[in-house]
Design a protein around this ligand. Structure first.
Ligand SMILES: O=C(O)[C@H](O)[C@@H](O)[C@H](O)[C@H](O)COP(=O)(O)O
Length: 221
């Protein structure tokens, strides 16, 4: 793993947004459509803010999420709400948004893949999307041969501890580029340990050579 170190959240967000916009533009140019898998948490907000200004044909872009909390889509905890408020405003409102909940869109996701760009955060427990250590079906979610695109995750783990829908590892890997956004010293140590072989969910993304993965780090959120 090559950790890309940025001095600030702004610098990280500039680089991530540029990388993602480039992937979307490439998808539009070569395939006439593009797909973005977004994420929740604190990391993506500043990236969405920049992507809003991307001069691409948003009407031909499909946007979905790597995970969703099973809460009212209007609730502040809903990842869809973050995407609606931070990304799908102005021109990007023309993009087609595919929610993961209440009906996991298995077929739509399969038809959409491989995704042009997948943006992920990472927890201090090494989770990505909602592939969270402690989930009773984590092995299923981490099975690279699992044909399912999505996986329900029980309530009681993760923050907030609500039930969730996550993309599976196999669906995250049906992509052309993955961007992992992390902040703070604790997560820098976790990802270094994962890269060195520790059994965190994020390790599965670092230890494969099917999809290019960029890991972008800044000292704070
Ligand atoms: O819905 C979620 O909670 C996320 O998708 C989750 O996987 C998040 O990305 C990480 O927990 C990192 O969160 P931060 O970006 O806040 O560090």
């Amino acid at each position: 793993m090559k950790l890309e170190v940025f001095p600030s959240t702004d610098a990280l967000a500039d680089a991530a947004a540029f990388g993602i916009e480039t992937r979307l533009a490439e998808g539009l140019k070569t395939r006439g459509r593009a797909s973005l898998v977004g994420t929740g948490g604190r990391s993506p907000g500043p990236v969405y803010d920049r992507l809003r200004n991307a001069r691409i044909d948003w009407a031909r872009v499909l946007v979905t999420l790597c995970d969703e909390r099973c809460v009212d889509p209007e609730a502040p905890e809903a990842n869809a709400r973050t995407v609606r408020e931070r990304l799908l405003v102005g021109e990007p409102a023309k993009a087609h948004f595919i929610p993961l909940w209440p009906e996991p869109p298995e077929d739509a996701l399969r038809a959409l893949s491989p995704f042009d760009a997948v943006m992920l955060g990472m927890g201090e427990d090494g989770h990505v999307a909602s592939l969270i250590p402690g989930a009773s079906n984590l092995a299923e979610g981490m099975d690279p041969a699992n044909p399912a695109m999505t996986l329900p995750i029980q309530a009681g783990i993760g923050t907030p501890p609500v039930a969730r829908i996550s993309l599976t590892l196999s669906s995250l890997l049906k992509s052309r580029a993955i961007f992992i956004l992390i902040a703070g010293d604790a997560k820098r140590e976790v990802i270094a340990r994962a890269d060195a072989g520790a059994d965190y969910p994020v390790r599965a993304l670092l230890a494969q050579d099917q999809v290019p993965v960029r890991v972008l780090w800044s000292p704070t959120h």
